[in-house]
Design a protein around this ligand. Structure first.
Ligand code: FE2
Length: 285
């Protein structure tokens, strides 16, 4: 049965957060290797959901995450697959490019997953909470009140602050939109780790993840690129008959459609993201 919010308690050291494995097995193997390299145990690695989507290895990626045993929130893709819904529940406008492109991978993923895997997806919590460095955090997939709401760096500030207040925490960490960012709001902070299974529409093949490191004063939020074998994932898609624009996107670093992007994010299409412009310190004052 679905839990609304799972409490991870107080975490004592560096936390690694990532989102959107999207059935990309090579990227998921790479983030697990990265956590091992950084000596971060599974209890301090968190996934913001959408384990299964565009790429070829829905079942193997699911098993890799289950075997790893990390905390994870339910994404709209897990919610839809667990319910055997007719589409991914991303909230794309009917007839839009994103909506049309999602039909193929959703059908493919749904056929590949076992009833046991779908049941496990349905048992995932809708949010997680933890404390780190004296601050409280809430991890969600979309917004606090809606699993498939797109919250971007440019989303309305008053709305984001109201959603943050709804969480009763200092920091919300969201997923779903696919782009890394951090925002300071009136009531606290809103972070998105970015995703590992698709590029960030910045002409690079890299995915993104987030490291939270408690320091003497505040918590350092540091976004990192994740390099992995994107060609292997693109070839796996082609071999599976998923020869979609998303396979091309893995190699070009550009999304096949920017329908969901607000004007500000659309203007950044193809421009390399500089991690130094994202990084900041939470609660240093
Ligand atoms: Fe999502």
């Amino acid at each position: 049965m679905t839990q609304e919010c799972e409490d991870l308690g107080t975490l004592q050291d560096q936390v690694l957060i990532f989102g959107g494995p999207y059935s990309n097995l090579a990227a998921t193997r790479a983030i697990r290797a990265e956590a091992r390299r950084l000596d971060i145990p599974p209890q301090r690695v968190i996934c913001t959901g959408d384990l299964v989507a565009y790429c070829a290895d829905a079942s193997a990626t699911t098993e890799l995450i289950r075997d790893w045993g990390i905390p994870m929130v339910m994404g709209n893709c897990e919610e839809s697959l667990a319910a055997d819904a007719s589409d991914c529940g991303c909230g794309f406008e009917e007839g839009s490019n994103c909506s049309l492109l999602s039909v193929q991978w959703y059908r493919y993923a749904s056929a590949q997953l076992s009833a046991t895997q779908k049941q496990w997806m349905g048992s995932l919590p809708r949010s997680l909470q933890f404390r780190l460095g004296g601050k409280s955090f809430r991890v969600v997939h979309g917004s606090v009140s809606r699993i498939n709401e797109f919250i971007f760096a440019s989303s309305d500030e008053l709305h984001c602050d109201a959603e943050l207040q709804r969480s009763n925490t200092d920091v919300v960490i969201g997923g779903h939109c696919g782009l890394p960012f951090g925002r300071t709001l009136t009531s606290g902070y809103w972070l998105n780790s970015g995703v590992i299974g698709m590029p960030a529409n910045d002409s690079s093949r890299d995915g993104w993840y987030l490291l939270l490191t408690p320091q003497e004063h505040g918590i350092q939020a540091r976004w990192q690129r994740l390099s992995y074998d994107a060609e292997a994932s693109a070839h796996a898609m082609q071999a599976a008959g998923l020869d979609s624009p998303y396979a091309t996107a893995l190699l070009s670093g550009l999304w096949p459609s920017t329908d969901i992007l607000p004007a500000q994010e659309k203007d950044q299409s193809g421009i390399a993201i500089d991690a130094a412009t994202l990084n900041f310190c939470i609660g240093a004052n």
